[in-house]
Design a protein around this ligand. Structure first.
Ligand SMILES: C[S@@+](CC[C@H](N)C(=O)[O-])C[C@H]1O[C@@H](n2cnc3c(N)ncnc32)[C@H](O)[C@@H]1O
Length: 262
């Protein structure tokens, strides 16, 4: 896939655009592209844009759905929180979100108090996350949550392999995995323009089995895989338990059951 260009029409934001281009190895262009997808840095935020198909896609932790979740969210009873083991937990686990995407799941977990490391290998998604985290870190309502979210632009398979070599007390307790599958449920994919755009720009994650193996080797408590309700489990290790949500399923890989000596 050819690299996604970055365009900025705002003279006041050109320095920021240069820094983003350098940090995420994005080609900075002088003209707004007329086809395909491009990143555009506007006066307020960084967006992934295209002509026609759908509106701009961006990561957002302050307004919109994130605000709603912050104010009305289901607390530790919501499915993703239950899946990572928050319900009834005395201590909050150190979580690694191995497939951060637009950061929605990481944000929920950080809102509930977890320290979350967000791993993202796509420069486009990592740049969108970086921009959203910068905005969240200067807003009074979200700065504490943003402080608990650490973005790492890296391939999770390699990053987790390095973690597996570290002492147990320093390794992630929970690794959360939500890859893009070629089989993604068409109805929900259409509803989520963000993921539709990602499918075009990033493509499917065809190495999920290797990612699951790396996650299991690194985690000390559990690995959680998010899947569409009727999607197949990731190939390889069988889940130890399954938690069904309305449209989403969580496959749980409990480390003590898989690696009894841990
Ligand atoms: C379906 S999206 C995740 C959506 C995310 N849970 C959210 O709430 O926005 C999958 C993301 O994982 C990233 N990804 C897949 N495999 C990865 C890997 N091995 N290392 C880092 N990122 C990966 C993809 O680039 C993509 O951005």
């Amino acid at each position: 896939m050819s690299p996604t260009p970055l365009y900025c029409a705002e003279p006041a934001r050109r320095d920021t655009a240069h820094r983003l281009a350098e940090r995420f190895a994005l080609p900075l262009v002088r003209q707004q592209p007329t086809e395909g997808y491009w990143l555009e840095l506007g006066p307020e935020r960084l967006e992934l844009r295209t002509n026609g198909k759908h509106g701009a896609v961006y990561a957002e932790f302050v307004e919109g759905a994130a605000r709603h979740r912050r104010e009305q969210g289901g607390g530790r009873g919501q499915p993703v929180a239950k899946a990572i083991g928050l319900k009834g937990a005395k201590e909050l686990p150190r979580v690694v979100d191995a497939t951060a995407g637009l950061g929605g799941d990481s944000f929920v977990l950080a809102s509930l108090g977890c320290e979350v490391t967000l791993l993202e290998r796509s420069p486009v998604a990592a740049a969108l996350l970086f921009d959203a985290l910068e905005r969240a870190s200067v807003d009074l309502d979200t700065m504490d949550i943003a402080r608990r979210m650490t973005l790492v632009h890296a391939d999770a398979i390699q990053w987790l392999a390095a973690q597996a070599e570290r002492p147990e007390a320093e390794r992630p307790q929970v690794v959360f995995v939500d890859p893009m599958f070629p089989d993604t449920d068409k109805k929900s994919a259409a509803a989520k323009k963000g993921m539709q755009a990602f499918q075009q720009v990033i493509g499917d994650d065809l190495d999920s089995a290797a990612l699951l193996a790396a996650a299991i080797a690194a985690a000390t408590v559990r690995v959680v895989v998010k899947r569409p309700q009727r999607g197949p489990a990731i190939e390889g290790v069988k889940p130890s338990a399954v938690l069904e949500g309305k449209s989403t399923r969580f496959d749980l890989y409990v480390i003590k059951a898989l690696r009894p000596q841990a």
